[in-house]
Each structure stands twice: as structure tokens, then as C-alpha cells.
Design a protein around this ligand. Structure first.
Ligand SMILES: [Zn+2]
Length: 485
């Protein structure tokens, strides 16, 4: 049905007005969340203007032969932290080098965060973050507003933030001592205000009291090695906080997004909420899908410290099931490029290690290789969780995340035959390690196209700094009312 409709309707559509077009991508297997079709794509002025057979399209300035490889929607990473300070260190990537790496790895849009700085209003932090990014980013980007204070002045800015095109928010239910936490009392009026103005609230769900108690106990007993990072943040810590956040959201009838889900109990909570028709969304990350808790027992275990921590195999398998059955909507990298030197700050105790892992350049390749090639998800589901769903949830669709007439021509050509081991040799932000070292990839992006321009080819960035723009989001009623992505 989809096939014939596409070929008949969208084909004729474009005929009018265009004599020469910028780019033709031919011989691709084009991937949508519901179907894969052999089709050619006509691109002009940064947009997709035709989907069908290249024979009937006007002459193109440039023709790219996809050679039977997959053409997938450009990746949208819903959760990255470029050049951000945390726990006494600042991550290595800048908005230019970070987005170059993302582009090489098949990502054409990133969503970073504007952390509300202590004593400042959220809007000031958004403006500061935009100043850092604008003119530097190589691909399009937008922001989540990360509120760290629940005072009246901060809440009063919520409508304005949503109106300016930043409809998604994040709150920490942890990091009390770091003064980043929003407590449950404040969560309620904040969520109410977000709901009232068409925004989407989301949390980093961990139970701060459980962590603080277990950490204190561990340190007192001299248990300071990296494995205690995981042992002091057990699954119940995350599942309980998610349950609480979901309960509050349901009580307020306010849609909810869970950032970086890592536990099987959480998958079940989201699954049940969605079954009831409640608009609960969650993302997991590539590291929770591929790396086990045992990494903390290695001599270099401290490098793998991130929060929530890496989990055991049973959690990993349930995350894959949740991705396959539609419970988990999105996959993020949670990019936080701390170097080996930064990680050494915690060589004497796990709780001093800056939390976070680099790897946004490997998100799409890992999802293809570990997910599609290993038979855990279809290539169509991969397109949904790495791109289309993210665009829908955060209100960027159909400008982003869609291979449709009129959408931005953000596309990735992915060759399933390429075999390579993950290394960090060509990483533009010059990181000195990767948590994914040694993983064999079967299949990789060979070309990334952003707004109709080729910006990465065969592992090299060939685009221009500063050509990315801030994109405004507006979340649809459908997403806010029921689980619709
Ligand atoms: Zn994060």
C-alpha cells in the first residue's frame, strides 16, 4: 500500500517548478519506520522534493549512487552534553568538533542541554548555551531546558521557554549535594506548568536517598573501587524513582519522558503505563545496550563510570526487548567526553570520577551492527529509535526524522557490508579512549547528508563549521495525549 502510494503520488508532486535540482540519490534501499523500498530521492534547496524513480526527475548537479545500500533518515541524538562542566572536569568536545564526530557517525541533529546555573534563571542559561553553539555547530541542534531550581521565578519562565521552541525539560531527582536536584515537592508545580503550555517533562530518575545511604556505607567500609559505583546504585534505586515520577505524571495527567533508562524493572513500568494509554516515553543509551556491569571490575573500570551505572546481562537483554516491542522509543548516546585524565580524578574513590561516557559517533553504527545485524530489531525499527521517534517526541517532525516530500534532506547512506573494529583514530574531538574499543562493527555509515549537503564521507568530515542551525520544536497534541511514538 505504502509502496504504490509513494511511487504514484510523491513522484508527480515535484514536477512543477524545478528544472535542475541539487542532488539525486539513486539505487538506495530507502528505510522508513514502516517499510523499506528501493527508491531514488530527489533533493533541492536542502529539502526532499521527490521520492520515486530517478528516470523522471530533472537533471541533478550531483548524482550519488547508493549502490544498493540503505538510505536511512539522518540520526537525531536526543541526549548529548558537549563541552560541559561536571564534577570538576569539562568534557573535551566543543560544539564544532562534537558535531563533526556526530556527523561522521550518521547523526544530523543533536539535542543538548541548557543547565540552569546556580543563582541564574533558566532563560539566561539557554541564551548562554545558544551563544556557545550558534555559528559553531556543523549539524542542526536544539536544546532541552534543564531546570535545577524550582523557585517561582524559574517556573515563571516555562511558558516563554516553550514558546521560543524549547518544549522539553529535564530535572534531576539526584545530585542533591551537587545542588542540581529538583525535589518531589517542586516537581509537581513545575510539571503542571509544563503541561499547561504544551511542553514535555522528563527526569533523570534515581533515588537520591538510597544512593547517599549506600555510598556513605561503602566509603565508611573502605569499599571505594569502581564496582561500588554500580553496587551503590542498584536497580531498585532507578526503578523506584521512575515509578514515583510516573505516578506523579499520571496523577497530573502530564506526559512524561524518562532519560537514559537502564533497568529491566523500568522497561516494565513504561510498558504498563503505555498499555494503559498513558503518554510515557523513554530512551536508553548505546552503552546500556552493549556494555556490562563487569566492566567496573577491570583494571580500567573507573573509566566506565556513568549514572545510572552499567547493568548486568539480564537488564541489557530486556532493554533490547523493550526496543523491539515498542516500549522504548529512542536511543541516545548521553555523550559526555571525559578523558582518561579526567577519570583519574577518582582513582582513589569511585565517587570522585566524573560521570559520563563519550560515543555519539558510534550510536547509529552500534544500533545497526548490534541491533539490526544481530537480529534484535529491524532496520525500520532502527530508523524509528535513532531518528523518527525522537523528531516526533520533541516536536521536530516532519522537518526532521522523515524521508518525505518537504522534509529536510537529512540522510545517511549505510553500507551493511563494511566490517571494522571500533577505534578512536579519526575522532575530531581527539578523545583518548572509547568505552566501545574493540567492538566489531558489521555495517557503517558511508555518507551523511545534512540539508542536502554531503557533510561526511567514509569516516571523514567534509562539511563546514557553522552550517548547523538551532531548530525550534513544537510538540504535537497527539504525543502529549497518548503513547504516539
Ligand atoms: Zn545526560
Amino acid at each position: 500500500m505504502r509502496a504504490s502510494l509513494k511511487l504514484i503520488i510523491e513522484f508527480c508532486h515535484f514536477w512543477f517548478g524545478v528544472v535542475f535540482m541539487d542532488l539525486l540519490i539513486k539505487n538506495g534501499k530507502v528505510v522508513w519506520p514502516d517499510v523499506t523500498l528501493e527508491a531514488d530521492l530527489a533533493i533541492d534547496a536542502g529539502k526532499i522534493i521527490g521520492i520515486g524513480s530517478g528516470d523522471v526527475f530533472p537533471k541533478a548537479d550531483r548524482v550519488v549512487d547508493a549502490g544498493g545500500n540503505f538510505v536511512v533518515p539522518g540520526g537525531i541524538d536526543p541526549h548529548v552534553h558537549m563541552h560541559v562542566g561536571f564534577m570538576g572536569a569539562t568534557t573535551l568536545d566543543e560544539f564544532d568538533t562534537g558535531t563533526m564526530a556526530a556527523a561522521i557517525g550518521g547523526t544530523t541533529t543533536v539535542i543538548d542541554f541548557a543547565f540552569q546555573a546556580k543563582g541564574k534563571l533558566p532563560m539566561e542559561s539557554i541564551e548562554a548555551r545558544r551563544k556557545e553553539a550558534d555559528g559553531k555547530v556543523c549539524i542542526d541542534y536544539t536544546l532541552h531546558s534543564n531546570l535545577t531550581e524550582g523557585n517561582d521565578a524559574s517556573i515563571a519562565q516555562i511558558p516563554k521557554i516553550i514558546e521560543m521552541g524549547i518544549p522539553s525539560f529535564k530535572f534531576f531527582m539526584v545530585y542533591r549535594k551537587e545542588e542540581l536536584m529538583i525535589d518531589d515537592g517542586n516537581l509537581i508545580p513545575i510539571m503542571e506548568e509544563i503541561k499547561k503550555h504544551g511542553g514535555l517533562a522528563g527526569c533523570h530518575t534515581e533515588n537520591v536517598s538510597i544512593i547517599e545511604f549506600l555510598q556513605e556505607q561503602a566509603i565508611k567500609k573502605g569499599n571505594k573501587s569502581p564496582i561500588y559505583h554500580a553496587l551503590t546504585r542498584p536497580p531498585i534505586n532507578e526503578a523506584e524513582a521512575l515509578n514515583r515520577a510516573l505516578y506523579i505524571s499520571k496523577y497530573l495527567d502530564s506526559a512524561f519522558y524518562d532519560y537514559h533508562l537502564s533497568v529491566k524493572e523500568g522497561v516494565e513500568l513504561i510498558r504498563q503505563a503505555r498499555k494503559e494509554g498513558f503518554p510515557a516515553y523513554c530512551e536508553t543509551t548505546t552503552h546500556y545496550l552493549t556494555l556490562e556491569e563487569d566492566m567496573y571490575k577491570r583494571p580500567d573500570g573507573l573509566n566506565f563510570i556513568c549514572s545510572p551505572p552499567l547493568r548486568t546481562r539480564d537488564h541489557i537483554e530486556e532493554l533490547w526487548r523493550g526496543l523491539a516491542d515498542g516500549t522504548i522509543s529512542a536511543v541516545a548516546s548521553d555523550q559526555a567526553a571525559f578523558t582518561l585524565e579526567h577519570k583519574k580524578m577518582g582513582k582513589d574513590s569511585f565517587n570522585k570520577v566524573p560521570n559520563g561516557l563519550p560515543g555519539m559517533e558510534f550510536r547509529v553504527p552500534l544500533m545497526f551492527s548490534e541491533g539490526v545485524q544481530k537480529g534484535r530489531i529491524s532496520v525500520n525499527r532502527m530508523a524509528a529509535v535513532t531518528s523518527t521517534n525522537v523528531a516526533k517526541i520533541f516536536g521536530l517532525y516532519p522537518k526532521k526524522g522523515a524521508i518525505e516530500i518537504g522534509s529536510d534532506a537529512d540522510l545517511v547512506i549505510l553500507d551493511p557490508k563494511i566490517k571494522k573494529k571500533i577505534t578512536i583514530d579519526d575522532c575530531p574531538y581527539k578523545i583518548d579512549w572509547t568505552p566501545f574499543e574493540g567492538i566489531e562493527l558489521q555495517g557503517s555509515p558511508v555518507m551523511t547528508i545534512s540539508k542536502g549537503k554531503i557533510i561526511a564521507e567514509n569516516g571523514k568530515f567534509v562539511g563546514k563549521t557553522g552550517e548547523g542551525e538551532f531548530v525550534k520544536g513544537k510538540i504535537s497534541e497527539e504525543i502529549l495525549k497518548r503513547p504516539a511514538a
